[in-house]
Design a binder for this molecule. Structure first.
Ligand code: AMP
Ligand code: MG
Length: 265
């Protein structure tokens, strides 16, 4: 059983075509064991990236409320040494941030060469929540797709590789997760009235996401639609993607200067 994670650049994305509950027919235990293996490998690859210090990786996590961004970060951070990792969470912008262009605060959080950055939300909020909540005029958010593509191209040319993940959950699954948050004292803090209001705008969010995914799906920085109804399958897919990206980059330890050997006193 397969389901594509990507779609062709230039073609529209329809989220209804992707099964959020897809799991390759895998069992939870087998998937978790595979994920642990990827995390071990990730630790080694991230350490090599850090030693090389010539390139960086940004993992962009987007998805509707409760889609599992925090849990995905916990999984990635369980594999990668904090020394090599930066996590940036993008909330509603401050007045200072709003007084700049929308990419200003994002650029400031792009990891330095040698590091892996995880974006918990990102510049894509500026074409999703901003559009749904009508925070700027239409002609402004419409221009942002090409601005985002140009921004990502600039970063790519600066040796930053993107792994863009859309965590795809179903409407029913979101209801279950919101209910769970309402009932669990350890999760209640995560919930605000805005989350329940946003759920009413599910169709608007879906349309905004479909446009963002379609308009910003470049060959160099493609989107991945991660089936996320099962947390363990979501973790497996993201762990695989990040591992594959780092393996493709194949970071190298810097060359050793043998004259150092003679200098040890
Ligand atoms: P959370 O991820 O639950 O901590 O919530 C962060 C909130 O900040 C979400 O409701 C986002 O939609 C909101 N947010 C993030 N970026 C922006 C933005 N650029 N403009 C407006 N709201 C944003
Ligand atoms: Mg929230």
């Amino acid at each position: 059983m397969t389901q594509p994670l990507q779609f062709s650049p230039g073609t529209p994305c329809r989220l209804a075509d992707y099964d959020a509950g897809f799991h390759e027919g895998l069992e939870k235990e087998a998937a978790e064991a595979e994920t642990r293996g990827h995390c071990e490998k990730l630790d080694e690859l991230a350490y090599r990236l850090f030693a090389e210090s010539q390139r960086a990786v940004v993992v962009v996590l987007q998805g509707i409320d409760t889609s599992g961004k925090d849990g995905t970060i916990r999984m990635l951070a369980s594999g990668i040494s904090p020394q090599c990792l930066d996590v940036a969470s993008f909330k509603a912008p401050s007045s200072l941030e709003l007084s700049h262009d929308f990419l200003w605060r994002v650029h400031a959080k792009v990891p330095a060469h040698g590091r892996i950055g995880i974006f918990n939300r990102s510049h894509y909020e500026d074409v999703v929540v901003v559009r749904v909540r009508k925070l700027v005029a239409k002609h402004i958010w419409k221009e942002r797709y090409s601005q985002i593509n140009a921004f990502e191209k600039l970063l790519l040319e600066g040796r930053i590789t993107f792994v863009k993940c859309f965590l795809h959950i179903s409407h029913d699954e979101q209801r279950k997760r919101l209910e769970d948050r309402l009932k669990d004292p350890k999760k209640q803090w995560k919930l605000g009235p805005a989350d329940l209001e946003d759920r009413k705008l599910w169709d608007d969010f879906t349309a905004a996401y479909e446009d963002a995914l379609s308009q910003c799906n470049t060959p160099e920085a493609p989107w991945h639609i991660v089936p996320a109804n099962r947390k363990w399958y979501r973790n497996l897919v993201v762990a695989r993607l990040v591992r594959q990206t780092l393996e493709r980059l194949d970071p190298k330890f810097p060359p050793f200067d043998p004259t150092l050997l003679a200098k040890l006193t």
